[in-house]
Design a protein around this ligand. Structure first.
Ligand SMILES: [Zn+2]
Length: 135
């Protein structure tokens, strides 16, 4: 039985249970279509495990933004060696976090479901080409 790797499934925002169905309706940068599906189109898992579950993704996205800020600050310093003005750093960090926000939205939910949800487990028997929802 072919198995989908966890890292590939996370990168492509696939369902954490079957690693086949898409968690999101469109691409991350397709304006207006970066919405999470209510159910996995492959195995039927409900992504929002309980009402308000994705509020917890805010903490994950906060952590991601702190990581971006650190990386952008370091990159800006290495490129410009600016020690005079904080405004360059503020502009780069705010602009970078804004441009990355569709990915932050998406991967905060992916990380929440893959790493921070103890009840969600990969089920290899659902990782098949035939649609187990209709079997
Ligand atoms: Zn699924």
């Amino acid at each position: 039985m072919p198995q989908t790797s966890k890292s590939w499934a996370m990168l492509h925002a696939k369902c954490p249970r079957c690693r086949r169905g898409n968690m999101f309706q469109g691409g991350a940068y397709n304006f207006g279509s970066n919405k999470i599906n209510e159910f996995c189109p492959h195995c039927g898992m409900r992504f929002e495990i309980e009402p308000g579950y994705f509020y917890a993704a805010m903490y994950v996205s906060y952590a991601l933004n702190v990581m971006y800020a650190g990386a952008l600050w370091t990159g800006t310093y290495l490129l410009t060696h600016n020690t005079d003005s904080p405004w360059l750093y503020i502009a780069v960090i705010l602009g970078g976090c804004f441009l990355l926000s569709p990915l932050t939205f998406r991967y905060s939910r992916v990380f929440l479901l893959y790493w921070l949800s103890p009840k969600v487990h990969y089920q290899p028997h659902l990782d098949t080409d035939d649609n187990p929802k209709h079997v």
